[in-house]
Design a protein around this ligand. Structure first.
Ligand SMILES: [Zn+2]
Length: 249
């Protein structure tokens, strides 16, 4: 996107921003623990960022999902805000379409059933709503489809050069994170017991996605297991879920 087009897009979002209703704020408070734990100041910031996400992305129901409900938009949007909360203005601009399937769905490309995926070519994040809700049911088990797919999108967005969002990961911090991540992947591959589930050993994309699920849902266990790796992720993501605060770099 050139700079004039992106300026026009920013103005459009600024002036058409949907305001959250009391009902929607209550859904966040009841169903999104990360939001419920924030200070009033950060809650306000969270809601403002969520309004931008809801205005700037298309939420599209697939298969039997004919109507995307406010709850679907809110909880998926809130997951994007949570993962990107360390930055002032990162909103995964490239991924402007969120596809919501009722359950696992068959991909004709991979010829497999999927719970979710990201498609950078078409700017899509796709999720099964049932699997998304399953991930939210237990906020401390380190399994959360929403965080997983948003993490894939975040890692890709950092490498996508044709919009204003790229290289927002501090390169030095990212390098040190990757060194530690590669050591961890090797451990998982040889069957060592780690804090991460075994799919994290597949490659560095899967490791990053599973590491973020663990980071947000089991931050204390993650820290106890490997303080240095946890610390690298705190600096990379610019927030520390153990204390729910933003971290100045
Ligand atoms: Zn994955």
């Amino acid at each position: 996107m050139n700079s004039l087009a992106s300026l026009i897009e920013e103005l459009r979002i600024l002036f058409s921003k949907v305001r959250l209703t009391e009902f929607e704020i209550e859904i966040l408070q009841q169903k999104f623990p990360y939001y419920a734990r924030l200070s009033e100041k950060h809650k306000k910031e969270f809601r403002e960022k969520l309004q931008v996400i809801l205005t700037s992305k298309s939420f599209i129901g697939r298969s039997e999902i004919r109507v995307v409900t406010p709850e679907m938009k809110l909880l998926i949007g809130a997951t994007i805000v949570m993962v990107t909360f360390g930055w002032d203005d990162i909103r995964l601009r490239h991924f402007d379409k969120i596809l919501i399937y009722p359950d696992t769905y068959y991909s004709t490309i991979s010829q497999k059933y999927h719970r979710g995926e990201v498609n950078p070519r078409h700017g899509i994040i796709a999720m099964s709503w049932n699997c998304f809700l399953d991930g939210m049911k237990n906020e401390k088990d380190g399994v959360n489809l929403g965080i997983h797919e948003v993490a894939h999108a975040l890692k890709l967005e950092n490498q996508i050069y044709y919009n204003d969002e790229c290289e927002f990961f501090n390169p030095e911090v990212y390098r040190s994170f990757q060194v530690l991540a590669n050591e961890e992947i090797q451990k998982i591959k040889v069957g060592d017991q780690t804090v991460f589930r075994s799919s994290a050993g597949f490659d560095d994309d899967e490791f990053f996605a599973v590491a973020l699920e663990t980071f947000f849902e089991k931050p204390h266990e993650f820290f106890d297991y490997h303080p240095e790796l946890y610390g690298a992720l705190v600096r990379l993501m610019r927030q520390d879920p153990r204390v729910w605060i933003r971290v100045a770099i």
